[in-house]
Design a protein around this ligand. Sequence first.
Ligand SMILES: [Zn+2]
Length: 439
Amino acid sequence: MPPDPASGAASRAAAALRIRAAVVMAFVTLPVAARAAAPTFSVDYVVAIRRGDPGHARVRWLLAGIDEVASFRLVFRDGRTTRVTGSGTLVWHDRTLLWTPGGPYAHLAYTVAIDRPRPPGAHFDSHADRDWVATRALHIFPEINVSFRPGTVRAKSRARLVFRLPRGWRVAAAAPRLADDTFAVEEPAKRLDRPRGWFLLGRIARHTRVIAGLPVTIAVAPGSALDPRRLLRLYVRTVPLLESILGPPPPRLLVVSAPDPMWHGGLSGEDSFFVNGRIPLRSPDKTSTYLHELFHVWQPFRPKGDGRWISEGLAEYYSLALQHRAGRLSDRSFDRGIRLFARYGRWGVDLSRTRHPAALNNSAPLIMWWIDREMRRVTGGRRTLDDAVRALASEHARLSTASFLRAVNRTADRDFTPLFRRHVYRGECPPLATISAAN
Ligand SMILES: [Zn+2]
């Protein structure tokens, strides 16, 4: 990515922005005092796809009123971005761009190749086909860090994400829709709002329904085998159950379904996730990728390094247990799911340290089932794993093996350290003879 000098288009863009900014200001309805206390600057992130070249997104940022911004440090994660130009000065250090816009009106433009391989096999976690694009903000935008001038008032951005697409294309994004192809970009804790989550563009189908207060959009690319109505029916039964464990839902949920050559699995993002359209609502092992990823999107705790087994174990265990509780999985099928965790787990490894998929996807959920069972046993059925997870969710803390053990101990009023030592740190499989549908 060689640095390019600012182009002559800068002044034209700035002039256009000044006009647009004036129009926007005319519609501001905040009281004068509030406006003075909370000044804003505007950012439009414009993503354009051309019909003849759907494999590349032309991205432009148009900024207005950024007097308080000193500079941006943009970290491009891989080599897919080219033709970077902008107003002000651009200085590169490897893949990091220090951009000093140098004025209150500024623009940045670049081209990004949408395809991003994700081995094994010829699969992608961001892909452009002839008539659809499945990607996420992470793969279209660099990591964005902004430095404000010292001593400035705390201006906050008013940001929009605008798609310019071929005729007949539609867009689904995990953000509030302002107009057909325009979304509000909101990151409440930050002064600069940055785009987040998954996008599906193209000749797509969108199905929307509000379930227990959660607005759900299922976006389906051509060639996907997902039946959105069946998925919505699954969520109608399970979202209220999950709410009773994890608390208030995210502001919205976008499910992106696209076919091969997209990645053969699920990938969660902010308020959204992707699942390959070939994956059924219920996998042969009785779990559900659609509930697993929903759990991740919803979980109000972020795992530390040694907490990964907990978030994976809970997501996979509840993807089985929620179907059972919702009456969509028989006792026998639930038992079978538990036995399959035992059979396909990787045992004798420290769950708090391992990255082995079989340990995270099978051993960890079985240990969750076992913890649940033991909590019920020692409390005479008064306390369950749900109560421990509820406590974790209300703490909004970073999730570690220690914090999880504390939550279990507090909830059950019993010391679970010996159980953790045996089944988490030494990775022993719980005795299978005791398995029965007791969730
Ligand atoms: Zn997961």
